[in-house]
Write a protein that binds this ligand. Structure first.
Ligand code: SAH
Length: 497
């Protein structure tokens, strides 16, 4: 199915923003990359796919200032490629539609560096589509014309408005927001009907998409009033009067709420559909990742043999446990006489994937309830094997010790903070209504990376008391805490507001 050959450099179009518009090939490139160079238009959810070992380099623009100049971008791509790294240059939309992909390819070609273009869905039609506007429509627009509305500083717009105003098809201007006045005037003064439909789509297909419709005569006024910012598409033509919306989700409990999920990639992927089904716009930016810990095979098999109860405290722990069984070539039937105990619905459903039903789930999904309820099931013959995170809390071991129960606590994974996401996090944070934290380690990661603590005020939703405690240690007081420690609990807490 996939292209097996790996190039040194892939110039990859990732579409306008919605991660579901990534091509299969783009996904593969992102997952394989050693170095990813991305720009402003890249949705953080897309970067969640990057390998933990990959280097992430931001090359975009912030309020008009290029973070890396085009020359510097070119040099960066080449230097990593020459060092033998697989470089993936991510570009919004399609790499060859504006955005200077052609120049980058030419630069590589001239230096004899093996490259490929991975085409992407362009914003000029998909962005319109997500706003309910078909770029062509029988009887309405039989062609479309795409322009850059960008001009070099101090120079006039280099567009032939006399010719453009006469075109029959839909007009789309990219990079045109700061020159909207000149575009509108150019069309009107060359005789275009002021009642022609017009629309502006900001952050098309993304969680923070905004759509404004009007006419050629008033679209500029609308843009000013609504304070529209880049990236935005300007569409002119009567197709803009159509409203074939499929993207906006009104009337659901979390409609129009922008939600940031910060958990590990596997958890955000599980949580995102649940939030989306309730109408939320979701951005996945994993601030933490887990790393399997090495355990000597002999120790693992011995403890497994001795245990009467195996205690798994997270979905991730469950996955790693079964990984180890496979890796150490153990037989699943050796677990037949052991009780498998999990802490919540997430770990229980992870267990189900492996065809195992949990013997024990506490009525409330936290360590304290788990301990209280579990201890009643144990006696002096029991031996509990705890397989959990390296930095797990003390509640479980202390409680078992106090109850005189034999146990062995083996860390099977460690949670690491993904500091590579710091830049994006601070760039995007203001866009979210709610920031969801599903563990104390995600809370720690967020607080360590965030530059402006005020950005978190009254917007942080915590999955439970341990996470809230971690947040409070960083001085964040106005935390919304779920009563039930899972996605449903989080959603209920948000809905109550
Ligand atoms: N290669 C890209 C275009 C790059 S030029 C493509 O094929 O879509 C950058 C311009 O594209 C932005 O200034 C904006 O006008 C437009 N654009 C790209 N993505 C967009 C989005 N998600 N929403 C609105 N406009 C977008």
């Amino acid at each position: 199915m996939f292209d097996k050959e790996i190039k040194k450099v892939s110039l990859v179009g990732v579409g306008p923003g919605d991660e579901n518009l990534l091509t299969i090939k783009a996904c593969k490139c992102i997952e394989d990359a050693d170095v990813i160079i991305y720009d402003n238009l890249i949705n953080p959810t897309i970067l969640n796919r990057a390998n933990m070992g990959a280097k992430l380099i931001y090359a975009g623009k912030i309020s008009g200032n290029h973070y890396l100049t085009q020359d510097k971008i070119n040099e960066t791509i080449v230097s990593y490629a020459l060092a033998g790294e697989y470089v993936v240059r991510l570009k919004g939309g399609d790499p060859y539609i504006f955005g200077r992909g052609g120049e980058e390819a030419e630069y590589l070609l001239q230096r004899g560096i093996d490259f490929e273009i991975v085409h992407g869905v362009s914003s000029f039609y998909a962005g319109l589509g997500y706003a309910g506007i078909p770029v062509t429509f029988r009887g309405e627009a039989a062609s479309f014309h795409v322009f850059t509305g960008h001009r070099k500083q101090g120079e006039p717009l280099n567009l032939d408005f006399a010719g453009i105003a006469k075109l029959e098809g839909s007009l789309v201007f990219l990079m045109g927001i700061s020159n909207l006045g000149a575009i509108v005037n150019g069309l009107l003064s060359n005789g275009m009907n002021p009642d022609t439909g017009a629309a502006i789509i900001e952050n098309a297909t993304r969680y923070n998409q905004r759509v404004f419709r009007g006419k050629l005569s008033n679209i500029e006024e609308i843009a000013k009033k609504e304070n529209i910012v880049s990236p935005a598409l300007i569409a002119i033509g009567n197709v803009c009067k159509k409203n074939l919306d499929f993207f906006k989700k009104d009337g659901l409990p979390l409609s129009n709420k922008n939600i940031l999920l910060t958990a590990t990639r596997s958890l955000t992927e599980k949580m995102a559909p649940e939030f989306k089904a309730l109408g939320a716009n979701v951005c996945e930016m994993s601030l933490i990742a887990t790393k399997e810990m090495e355990i000597e095979r002999d120790k693992f098999t011995l403890e497994l043999e001795l245990a009467t109860h195996i205690l798994l405290t997270s979905a991730n722990g469950v996955d790693i446990f079964f990984e180890k069984i496979k890796k150490y070539d153990l037989d699943i039937r050796s677990l037949h006489n052991k009780k498998i105990c999990v802490i919540g619905s997430g770990s229980a459903s992870a267990l189900k994937k492996y065809g195992v039903r949990a013997d024990f789930i506490p009525s409330k999904f936290d360590s304290k309830s788990f301990l209280e309820e579990m201890v009643t099931e144990l006696n002096e013959k029991s031996r509990v094997l705890m397989l959990r995170a390296k930095l797990g809390n003390d509640i479980l071991p202390n409680g078992l010790k106090a109850a005189g129960i034999k146990f062995c606590d083996i860390p099977i994974y460690d949670t690491i903070i993904d500091y590579r996401r710091k830049f994006e996090l601070n760039k995007e944070i203001k866009n979210f209504d709610y920031i969801v934290l599903a563990s104390a380690s995600a809370a720690k990661a967020l607080c360590e990376m965030i530059e402006d603590m005020n950005a978190l005020k009254e917007r942080v939703v915590s999955i439970g008391p341990m996470t809230t405690k971690a947040l409070m240690e960083f001085g964040i007081e106005e935390v919304i805490t779920a009563n039930q420690y899972d996605v449903k609990g989080i959603v209920d807490a948000i809905r109550k507001l």
